[in-house]
Design a protein around this ligand. Sequence first.
Ligand code: FPP
Length: 236
Amino acid sequence: MNVPNHVAIIMDGNGRWAEKRGLPRSAGHLEGSKTLEKLAIHAIDMGVHILSVYAFSTDNFKRDASEVNYLMDLVVKYFNTKFEKINKKGVKVVVSGRKTNLREDVIEAIKNIEEKTKNNTAGILNICLNYGGQEEIIDGAIRLAKDIQNGLDVSNFKREDFYHYMYHELPPIDLLIRTGGELRVSNFMLYEMSYSEFYFTNTYFPDFDKSEFNKALFMYENRDRRFGGIHDKKGN
Ligand code: FPP
């Protein structure tokens, strides 16, 4: 099977999942967290090396303070306790995004989970938190500018070289999944998704279980990735 190396998920539909059941939106986020925990392990079992997920965008701060706080509480709780299974599985957890505006306990939980899992080699779970794709490019460009000021020669600088300036130097995304029925990328990993295959599903994220994930993998297997060239997948 041709398994994507790097899969990214825009985990959308938590709120609607809850509303459909007459539950508060927070119930959807809780269920979504459980789904994420299971998927992170399943993805590794299927041979995916890197799973990136959009947990909280820089723009999600526009939501009610109570929802923002609930999501941050969940992150702290999952990083501090619930991610033990993920750690045991040998997955390295990294967090992408700006640290500005994050609560102290969230920053502390990020440090702890990154430190605890830093030597794991079975795979990488990249949690995007207070994250924006344009922001990641801007932050990278600023770091590159500093290196240029310090004498870096960019006469031969290539697009591959710019990955070094992304938050964790992760490779390009092969497969981008968005749950919840919307057809947009919402400022997710813009630089890394330039040649991604897209998979959109109406399924709300809490219901996006292993078999739903596998459907996306099967779809991916049958895509003809040309990267701007004209050959088909048999190399003709
Ligand atoms: C989008 O659904 C989802 C979010 C803004 C949050 C996603 C977060 C999680 C799944 C939990 C992450 C937890 C950890 C431990 C990292 P929405 O609320 O916009 O849904 P809607 O479009 O139906 O309203």
